[in-house]
Design a protein around this ligand. Structure first.
Ligand code: AMP
Length: 422
């Protein structure tokens, strides 16, 4: 079933949305993901249906954590949707609220991840424990019960949370079992995201430049290895810089560095050479001494900041952004590209003093896009960068997915998509 051909009149639709939005002091600070879900939600309401929205927020690990309560976003969702959104404070016991919902109304369920059943991982037991397998089996059974309960609230199911489509969770890839083929479908956002990935993969216009940033090599290594078979230029930046610098025998001071990934870094360099990929790594860094209050993500006034070689960071300094020479090299590899994928910032972009690397990337991507490149930006932090620098309308496509986007680019079928097809 496709959402366009479905008539929601007189039906209650349960929609898995991605409302994992940043919240500060009880207020939504970036509503990109809420806006992303609107076409689907509005179609349901305009058809004459009722909508039940479900989402996760953060990682409460199967426990109630009011700092991650979706009640905080009710005003923002109401405003975006133009309907007073009702709230069910217990997503696993919302039968009464769902039954009371009238056509044209909207209900938001509390954070799905307050229940461990959503993710389906046993809690409080180590993987090494001999009882783990039994616990996992029991959890899978209660996950099915949880999904069945969610399904019972509605007549049809719409999967529109691209950001979690790579997870096999109750609300993304188990609930579908309780709906027949004609009453489950992907939402507009999912359709659009899948199409954007296709646009990159099915018809790669060269040169293809990928920019991978963020904090760690370990979380990106799968996609990096995969991209080495696809791209012409690969820029690796952000905290990853220092694992490479250390692997080359450099000094990284206090910079973030994964000591157990040094060989992985060298393998990436070797594979890039073998495949004729132009690997671009930062040669200089903006480093600082005890400059950031990591709790508030703010700059400590008067902290010493200087530009140093990326492989010679002084012992008590920390590399926090790409230096001017690196920014130039990044821009060079981006400007001539015809296909661009960007995931992850080049520095601690949350703090103004360390935004220059990410800004240089964003501006080069915008310039290449103006010259005809297709640019795809994904992952919460890169999207935040693009928004922060006012470049959102100067890139081709902003994905709401980070991990899901990368897995789709790797060519893996997303469980959330497969579930609808089954
Ligand atoms: P990730 O979640 O792995 O995509 O990483 C995103 C985070 O990486 C952002 O919060 C950045 O502040 C952080 N980051 C980028 N560059 C650095 C760096 N040089 N040192 C520490 N953190 C960094």
């Amino acid at each position: 079933m496709t959402i366009d051909s479905f008539n929601f009149a007189g039906k209650k639709a349960i929609v898995r949305v991605d409302f994992n939005v940043p919240v500060k002091e009880g207020k939504v600070t970036d509503n990109t993901r809420i806006m992303g879900a609107l076409p689907t939600l509005k179609k349901i309401l305009n058809d004459g249906g009722a909508v039940i929205m479900m989402s996760h927020m953060g990682k409460p690990k199967g426990q109630v954590d009011m700092k991650k309560s979706l009640s905080q976003i009710v005003p923002a969702v109401s405003e975006a949707l133009g309907v007073e959104v009702k709230f069910a404070a217990d997503c696993g016991n919302a039968s009464a609220e769902a039954a009371a919902l009238q056509m044209g109304e909207a209900l938001l369920l509390e954070n799905l991840r307050f229940y461990p059943e959503e993710e389906g991982k046993p809690v409080g037991i180590d993987k090494e424990d001999p009882a783990y397998d039994e616990a996992k089996k029991a959890m899978k059974a209660s996950q099915k019960e949880f999904a069945k309960k969610l399904a019972s609230y509605a007549d049809c199911y719409v999967m529109d949370a691209f950001g979690t489509a790579h997870r096999k969770h109750a609300s993304t890839a188990v609930i579908d079992e309780y709906f027949d083929k004609d009453s489950k479908m992907l939402g507009y956002l999912m359709e659009k995201e899948v199409k954007a990935v296709d646009a990159v993969l099915s018809d790669i216009k060269r040169p293809f430049t990928a920019i991978m940033g963020g904090s760690k090599v370990s979380s990106k290594i799968g996609i990096i290895e995969n991209l080495l078979g696809k791209v012409d230029n690969l820029i690796l930046c952000g905290g990853m810089t220092y694992t490479f610098a250390k692997a080359f025998g450099g000094e990284v001071g206090q910079s973030i560095c994964e000591e157990d990934k040094l060989q992985v870094a060298l393998d990436v360099v070797a594979k890039a050479k073998e495949n004729g990929v132009n690997l671009v790594l930062a040669t200089d860094a903006v480093a600082a001494k005890d400059a950031i209050d990591w709790d508030t993500m703010s700059f400590k006034a008067g902290a010493d900041v200087k530009v140093v070689p990326a492989q010679a960071i002084p012992a008590d300094y920390e590399g926090l952004d790409a230096g001017p020479e690196s920014r130039k090299a990044f821009a060079e590899a981006i400007k001539g590209a015809k296909t661009i994928l960007w995931n992850g910032p080049a520095g601690v972009f949350e703090v103004e003093e360390f935004t220059a690397g990410s800004r240089a990337i964003g501006e080069a991507v915008a310039e290449a896009t103006a010259n005809g490149a297709f640019s795809l930006i994904g992952g919460g932090d890169s999207v935040a960068c693009v928004n922060k620098f006012g470049l959102a309308d100067k890139v081709s496509y902003i994905s709401t997915g980070g991990g899901a986007l990368l897995e789709a680019i790797e060519g893996k079928e997303l469980p959330g998509v497969a579930a609808i097809k089954a």
